[in-house]
Structure formats: structure tokens, C-alpha cells
Ligand binder design. Structure first.
Ligand code: F6P
Length: 359
């Protein structure tokens, strides 16, 4: 068997651990692995294919990023192609990709990615490509799996950052507003806010009322707590309002969210008179190596993908369905964003320890 591996979309801590696990589990079976460079670009003339033998994956479990490179602008069904007149058109190059896959003698594809890459994997599967998906994203918003790898690392980074904000906020009697990633899902914001004892957390799933946010700050003020930590998910929106965008992207790709943190900070300062600062934690949440938990889940996912290939279980995604890793059909995963459920125990925990959602 010749296995091709691709990493697509935004990077996430644990990608290299998945790659290593696939290569080692394949090697045990006498199979060979190859890495497609930069998403699917390696099959469409960009950067090519890497041989992934055991030496190539030595010592990479703990490393962030991906040794294969990645892109969130590499959809083979909408491939940006320069035209003779200098313009760039989106061209469906999926047939070229499948032809290149077959010409390379590959028997299976392990596609490691988030919602966008898993959709591409599914579309390729419907065109006959034998594919197994592995759910990756710091956002934890992929359906069908309890967690994606990368999420725990992002939450850990965010929690450590908020811990640091506490000391400076308290020293200066300030309100500190921190904007976190997660797109339309509030997983990173919720888990790090609870873990770091934030005072207010604003999630996409619970539209906020800025007056309620300010009430929570005033109540803390009245009880002698002269500083507050406000965690804002980048996809948070006011009641009756929209999420804020920093960039609208081409059809078929996702818009970039951002800016809500500074907007909330300005509104708090204006309404409460409190000195307020805001920061965007940004790509620090994606950088660095995976936590122990992410390493383990990534290694489990990688070996499970090889077992799925051995079982001929294509058109599927490996998933964490405690206590086991199982496979779920890709068709049941794509197009479904896994949001924080409003009856979630973590959400209830936050309310029970006095964290405000500004609702
Ligand atoms: O999906 C992962 C993610 O980090 C989101 O949380 C964030 O909105 C987005 O990617 C940022 O994308 P980019 O790297 O293109 O700025």
C-alpha cells in the first residue's frame, strides 16, 4: 500500500504527531507513506511530494506546525488559476488531482483538516478517491467527534495568557478584554475563561447585551473588586447584531472574524468610566507544540486512520467517541458546525461559579 498524507487549512498543534503515527503504523504493515506538500498543492504542481519514511518523522511528535506545510486557500475544486489576461479565476482541478493521485500509485489518502478540508475530502471521496479524514482544528467545531486535536493546546495557551492578565489588571484596577479565536464556536473562549477564572465571557452561542456586561463589572466594583477580565470569542455578537469581520473572503472560503474585543472594550470604558485595555491573542493560540493531551489524541487518530485504511473503511473520519476512537461517515460530519450546547455542563459550571455571559 502507498498512503498519501495531506494537511489542509489553518495549522494546529498535533499535526506532526498525526503524520508520525500514520507513518509508523503504516510502516509496521510494510506500507509506504508520502506527504503531499501544502494541502493538495503537491498534487497540482506546487512543491511536490515528500517521501515519509521512519527517519523523516523521527522526533516530530512535540513540534508545532506541519512538516508538510498547509494552506487555507488550496481547494482543488476552486483552484486559483492565473488567466492569460492577468486575472485569476477559480478552476475545478479535482480531476487533475485524482489523475495525479493515481499516476503516483497511491492507494489511500489521509486528509488531516478542519471543516473545509474534510468537505474537500468528502467531495474527492464521492469522485472515487479512497480517503480517510482526521479532524484537526483549534476551534473544536468539527461534528462527530468529542474533540479535535489542537483544541487543548489552544486552550492551554489562552488560559496561561489570561492568568497573566489577572496580575496586571489587578495592579492597575483595569478592565482587560481579551479576544480569542474559535470562529463561530465558543469552545476556546469558554474552556479558557472557566479555567482561568475570568469574570465575563462572551460566546457566539449566547448573544450579549453590553449593559449586562457593564452591570457585571459594576457589581464587582461595588464589592471591592476593582478589576475585571473579559474573554470575548472572535465570533461573539451583540443581541440582534452580527459577528465582526476583518476580511470578507472569496466564495467557497471562510471570512476572517475579528475586532469584537476592541469594540467591547471601548463600550465598557465609555459606559463604566473604567480604564480598559484590549488585546487579541491571535495566532499564538495556533503556535507552538501540542500539549500532552493533544499529542496523545493525535497519535491515536493517526494510528486509527491506518486501521481504517486496513479495514477498507473509506469516506470516513476518525473520531473521538469516548472511550474509543471510531470512524464516522464524512457525510455526517460536513456542513455541521459543532457549537457549544446551551445545556453544556461546562457552561453551567461557569454560571455556577459566577461567570457572567453578558446575557
Ligand atoms: O480555524 C482556525 C482559526 O485559527 C480560527 O480560529 C481563526 O478564525 C482562523 O483560523 C484564522 O485564520 P487565518 O490563519 O487565515 O488568519
Amino acid at each position: 500500500m502507498r498512503i498519501a498524507i495531506s494537511t489542509g487549512g489553518g495549522d494546529a498543534p498535533g499535526l506532526n504527531a498525526v503524520i508520525r503515527a500514520v507513518v509508523l503504523a503504516a510502516h509496521q504493515r510494510g506500507w509506504q507513506c508520502y506527504g503531499i506538500r501544502r494541502g493538495f498543492g503537491g498534487l497540482l504542481g506546487n512543491d511536490g511530494i515528500m517521501t515519509l519514511n521512519t527517519a523523516a518523522v523521527r522526533g516530530i511528535t512535540h513540534l508545532g506546525g506541519t512538516i508538510l506545510g498547509t494552506t487555507n486557500r488550496g481547494n482543488p475544486f476552486r483552484w486559483a488559476t492565473p488567466q492569460p489576461d492577468g486575472s485569476v479565476a477559480e478552476v475545478d482541478r479535482s480531476d487533475d488531482l485524482i489523475a495525479a493521485f493515481r499516476a503516483s500509485g497511491f492507494d489511500a489518502l489521509v486528509s488531516i483538516g478542519g471543516d473545509g478540508s474534510l468537505r474537500i475530502a468528502y467531495d474527492l471521496w464521492t469522485k472515487g478517491l479512497p480517503v480517510v479524514g482526521v479532524p484537526k482544528t483549534i476551534d473544536n467545531d468539527v461534528a462527530g467527534t468529542l474533540v479535535t486535536f489542537g483544541f487543548d493546546s489552544a486552550v492551554t495557551t489562552a488560559t496561561e495568557a489570561i492568568d497573566k492578565l489577572h496580575t496586571t489588571a489587578e495592579s492597575h484596577d483595569r478592565v482587560m478584554v481579551v479576544e480569542l479565536m474559535g470562529r463561530d464556536a465558543g469552545w476556546i473562549a469558554l474552556h479558557s475563561a472557566v479555567s482561568s477564572s475570568a469574570d465575563i465571557v462572551l460566546l457566539p452561542e449566547i448573544p450579549f447585551d453590553i449593559e449586562r456586561v457593564c452591570d457585571a463589572i459594576r457589581q464587582r466594583e461595588a464589592s471591592g473588586r476593582h478589576y475585571s477580565i473579559v474573554v470575548v470569542a472572535e465570533g461573539a455578537r451583540p443581541k440582534g447584531g452580527e459577528a465582526m469581520l476583518v476580511e470578507r473572503r472569496a466564495a467557497g472560503t471562510v471570512d476572517r472574524l475579528g475586532g469584537v474585543g476592541s469594540r467591547v472594550a471601548a463600550a465598557i470604558a465609555e459606559r463604566t468610566g473604567k480604564e480598559t485595555r484590549s488585546l487579541v491573542l491571535g495566532h499564538l493560540q495556533r503556535g507552538g507544540g501540542p500539549t500532552t493531551s493533544d499529542r496523545l489524541i493525535a497519535l491515536r487518530f493517526g494510528t486509527a486512520a491506518v486501521r481504517a485504511i486496513a479495514a477498507g473503511s473509506f469516506g470516513t473520519m476518525v473520531a473521538y467517541t469516548p472511550p474509543t476512537i471510531s470512524t464516522v461517515p464524512l457525510v455526517d460530519v460536513i456542513g455541521r458546525t459543532k457549537l457549544v450546547p446551551l445545556d453544556s455542563d461546562t457552561l453551567q459550571t461557569a454560571r455556577d461559579i459566577g461567570i457572567s455571559f453578558g446575557d
